[in-house]
Design a binder for this molecule. Structure first.
Ligand code: ZN
Ligand code: ZN
Ligand code: FE
Length: 770
């Protein structure tokens, strides 16, 4: 049997089952899973097999179960658990870190229990895994629990096959395990009850740095505007939405509107941050998610979270944001954290168990009853994605923003935890370390390296060096091709029409793509259509300065006086507009782009919403929030979206092009006539969905394909995605988008792995492109 079947209470489970069905035999761990030998009546054997599948422990994941007649004699006397069998290469899977289970939670809340209020309580069904493992096999000496020898009581549990803690490697109690420490920036503080001291500090509006599972959180009272504003100032993070944590689902419903599916996601074992529409008048500080109509909520996932949130002195809702300065990786080392966070946090609630792997919180939402993973990290990584077909051992290096990498072998694609922005030396170190650690844990020796087509991404630079040092072939994969392939890998699709709406990625023709219609199949793709190109004055700088995009678009729209005036207000300095106009006229540092993300930015600026963005996508997110506010009943989107603006498809160099300027002209005129901005924001979304559907209809007729993939960062726009899905499904298409794997650049590595693997399988067929 293969899958996650070690360290998750599998052997005691089988032991109990064997007793239930009066079977003789044995179970042992092998390097690839577990082997069970059983003998008994046929009825009992059948019932046993059914129960193995149906009642497996919560953390077990059975990927394959092979049943064979036994050739060797089995035990004559009952059922035994044998020592592990030696073998060659470990292919057993490593479990992600798992939220504290109900049994452990009951123990820490029970004053009579020896683990009462003990924050490091765990068992085979829950607790830290991935973040504490240094190498395989997954035994205590290979974890950061190695320095805490078990006491006699813990060891008894560990040795007892019928105990919930049988072979629970991180098993601990207040006598023998890690403990809490309270610090301020100057050093350790005396406290009899560190949780209570921390709770009171939070109540007073102080900023708490909390050591968690995969890193540090900075916490403040989520209802205290001044405290949240202070955290933002100290963190130099002024606008990006912050997540909050509440004790339970009932409290979560006071702050966000959850559908049934969204609430299931919130309560799921992985405990992601769930993005939901916020509730007016909830009392949540406006500084938590300014300008955005969604709030990110999560439930506690470690015993320490529960002890803190359940404390009478703790505020009801805590802002919990990762303890890193913008752009830097999470701190995992106590000393390092106090040094780096000393100027942000007033108080540190730490512990002496080391974090060996940094893992951020995962972020997800529910769209149309499906999960949309925004950031796949804690609780999910390093669980593999099952590929449609086997690939050779390979490393895919991912993109630049929201980076993840992927190691693959056979049908398993191990997508890493969220690495983040691969900009700057510190993040590069984290990236390299993480690749090394993953490689060691998974014992993958790549025969192939895949990376983005963009030569300047640090991931590409790394890939080049890494591949050439090992003399391995390097496959460069076009960014939007990889976006589409990630969705295809996830849903096992072989040939599709893909709509990839994205920020920016280097195209095969050297221009910047991002509003693409591709035909993807095998290891290749063809570009069949795109949004009309426009110039991006200043190149990459335009991503954070939507006013630049607006100016470029306005050059195509003569006579839009009012929008021009708006632009005057958004530009940073009086002379900057003229400078940019000269750049455009002289075609100086004005690369062409078809980027849908930049189009969103441009429209946002044309409507006077935002000229400068603190983070990529901010202007687009605010435009979406504005459009939602124009919908009277957000629950009832039309089945098929219609538009009042012109949908014009033009043929250009054999490609179909969506004319964006006719629509923009109408949008600006309506704006001049005083039409409400929220209606214009909604009209723009409707137009984009309708124009996309029109182009897909043309391509479907030409190609005979009826499966459509929606990918790229813009598909995180819930309104656009819902409209597109509804419209295309009404038109009879099968529509797929990223669910378990992000549609943003966090999914690029998976797409690269899938294409790279196929490229090498189909000899002599290099990936096509136009
Ligand atoms: Zn437990
Ligand atoms: Zn103990
Ligand atoms: Fe992208």
């Amino acid at each position: 049997m293969h899958g996650i079947v070690q360290g998750v209470g599998f052997r005691p489970f089988i032991y109990r089952l064997a007793a239930r069905f009066s079977l003789r035999g044995s179970i042992s761990n092998t390097t690839t899973g577990v082997r069970i030998r059983v003998a008994g009546g046929q009825d009992h054997l059948d019932a046993f097999l059914r129960a193995v599948r149906q009642e497996a422990p919560p953390l077990a994941v059975i990927t394959s179960l092979v049943v064979r007649p036994c050739t060797e004699p089995v035990s004559e006397t009952g059922f035994v658990i044998l020592a592990s069998e030696p073998g060659e290469r470990p292919t057993t899977l490593i479990s992600p870190d798992i939220t504290v289970c109900d049994d452990c939670l009951a123990e820490i809340m029970d004053p009579q229990n020896r683990r009462f209020a003990y924050p490091f309580t765990n068992c085979t069904n829950c607790g830290p895994r991935f973040t504490i493992i240094s190498s395989l096999p997954y035994d205590r000496p290979n974890t950061s629990m190695a320095v805490f020898p078990m006491c006699a009581d813990c060891y008894r549990e560990y040795e007892d096959p019928l105990d919930r803690r049988f072979h629970a490697q991180p098993n601990a109690c207040p006598i023998c395990g890690p403990h809490l420490e309270l610090h301020d920036a100057d050093g350790p503080l005396e406290s009899k009850d560190p949780v209570r001291t921390a709770a009171r500090a939070l109540r007073e509006g102080k900023i708490l740095a909390l050591k968690g599972l995969g890193g540090f959180h900075l916490c403040v009272d989520g209802r205290n505007s001044r405290a949240v504003a202070r955290l933002r100032r100290r963190k130099h993070r002024y606008a990006k939405p912050l997540a909050v944590m509440v004790l339970d689902a009932a409290t979560a419903r006071r702050y966000g509107r959850f559908c049934r599916h969204g609430e299931e996601l919130l309560k799921s074992r992985a405990r992601p941050i769930v993005l939901v529409p916020g509730k007016n008048g909830s009392g949540l500080a406006g500084e938590v998610a300014p300008g955005i109509n969604e709030v990110g909520i999560m439930l506690p996932y470690t015993p320490l979270h529960y002890l803190l949130l359940a404390h009478a002195d703790t505020p009801e809702v805590l802002v919990m944001t990762s303890g890193n300065r913008s752009g830097e990786p999470i701190r995992t080392d106590n000393r390092e954290a106090v040094e780096h966070l000393g100027h942000i946090a007033d108080l540190f609630l730490l512990h002496n168990r080391d974090i060996l792997t940094r893992v951020d919180d995962s972020v997800a939402r529910s769209v149309c009853g499906r999960v949309q993973m925004i950031r796949r990290s804690r609780g999910y990584a390093p669980m593999p994605v099952l590929l449609p077909q086997p690939v050779p051992e390979l490393l895919a290096c991912g993109a630049e923003l929201k980076n993840t990498f992927c190691l693959a072998r056979d049908k398993h694609a191990f997508v890493s935890q969220h690495i983040g922005e691969l900009i700057g030396p510190e993040n590069l170190v984290f990236y390299e370390e993480s690749i090394g650690h993953f490689q060691e844990l998974l014992e993958i020796e790549p025969a192939l390296v895949a990376c983005d087509l963009h030569p300047d991404y640090l991931s590409t630079v790394f890939a080049r060096t890494w591949a050439s040092a090992r003399d391995l072939p390097l496959v460069r994969i076009q960014h939007h091709h990889a976006h589409a392939a990630a969705v295809m890998a996830e849903h096992n699709l072989s040939e599709v029409l893909a709509v990839v709406f994205d920020g920016a990625g280097l195209g095969s023709d050297g221009t910047i793509w991002g509003g693409e219609f591709l035909r993807v199949g095998g290891s290749g793709f063809f570009r069949l259509g795109h949004l009309a190109p426009f110039a991006l004055p200043g190149g990459d700088a335009a991503a954070r300065e939507p006013w630049r995009v607006a100016l470029s678009l306005l050059e195509h729209l003569p006579g839009q006086k009012d929008c021009n005036e708006i632009l005057q207000g958004l530009a940073p300095a009086p002379g900057s507009l003229d400078l940019l106009r000269r750049m455009l006229a002289g075609n100086i540092n004005c690369p062409l782009t078809t980027s849908c993300g930049r189009l969103f930015d441009g429209v946002s600026a044309l409507l006077g919403l935002r000229g400068r963005a603190e983070y990529e996508g901010q202007a687009a997110m605010e435009l979406e929030a504005l459009a939602w506010s124009a919908l009277k009943d957000p629950g009832s989107l039309p089945g098929r979206v219609d538009t009042e603006y012109p949908v014009e498809l033009e043929e250009n160099n054999g490609l179909l092009e969506v004319n964006i300027f006719a629509m923009l002209g109408r949008l600006c005129s309506d704006f001049s006539r005083g039409r409400a901005r929220e209606n214009l924001a909604l009209a723009f979304h409707c137009w984009l969905a309708a124009a996309t559907a029109a182009l897909i209809n043309r391509l479907a007729r030409a190609t005979g394909l009826s499966t459509v993939v929606l990918a790229g960062g813009c598909m995180q726009n819930r309104l656009l995605l819902s409209m597109l899905r509804n419209t295309l499904e009404q038109d009879g298409y099968e529509v797929y988008t990223g669910e378990k794997i992000p549609v943003n650049d966090g999914g690029i590595a998976l797409g690269q792995a899938y294409i790279g693997g196929m490229t090498s399988n189909v000899s002599g067929n290099s990936h096509a492109g136009t």
